[in-house]
Design a protein around this ligand. Structure first.
Ligand code: HEC
Length: 156
């Protein structure tokens, strides 16, 4: 009896463990989680931005819902998916998170904190009419841009 079945069985175990770590669709689960978080930001910001620009009719309930989501999302604990060792330096094209995020002197956390404050302010006025909402929206958008400019790899 050859040892081959035994070896195949061990390979299968290793492969299964690899899949469990990588998640159901492959890829680093921490990267996927933070990208999903960012997608939720983008979805809600698109609703509010569309209303601010007049592309979507302003609706106080919809504005309050989207702004409330921004306020809630921005205060979620995100540390578990912004883990060291998951930057472009280690994972290459799988992520656009630059190593600078985790280096000494990084301001990414402060920017995130300012964004959370701006999102609370937005949520407080989002139902008070288009102009009030649009005015506060800029404060949130500014922090998205600040962080992307400093800490996200530009798209090729
Ligand atoms: C504290 C820093 C920071 C803030 C604040 C921030 N982002 Fe990001 N964002 C990033 C980084 C870093 C990435 C790249 C993540 C990765 O690829 O692992 C990213 C990625 C994204 C992506 C791409 C997601 C994907 O599927 O690859 C979108 C969309 C996005 N951000 C939207 C926003 C919006 C909208 C806001 C503001 C409401 C915002 N972000 C605030 C740092 C930030």
């Amino acid at each position: 009896m050859s040892r081959l079945p035994m070896i195949i069985a061990s390979v299968a175990v290793v492969a299964t463990a690899g899949i469990a770590i990588a998640g159901s669709h492959g890829g680093n689960p921490a990267v996927k989680a933070r990208q999903a978080h960012m997608s939720l930001y983008a979805f809600n910001m698109a609703t509010l931005g569309g209303m601010a620009k007049g592309e979507i009719e302003y609706n106080a309930d919809a504005a309050k819902a989207a702004a409330g989501n921004m306020a809630a999302l921005s205060t979620l604990a995100q540390g578990a998916y912004w883990v060291p060792g998951t930057s472009t330096a280690e994972l290459g094209e799988e992520t656009r998170a630059l190593p600078k995020i985790w280096e000494a002197g990084s301001t990414a956390g402060e920017i995130g904190g300012r964004m959370a404050e701006a999102a609370q302010q937005l949520a407080a006025v989002a139902g008070d009419g288009k102009d009030a909402m649009a005015g506060a929206l800029g404060g949130v958008g500014k922090e998205c841009s600040a962080c992307h400019k400093g800490y996200r790899q530009p798209q090729e």
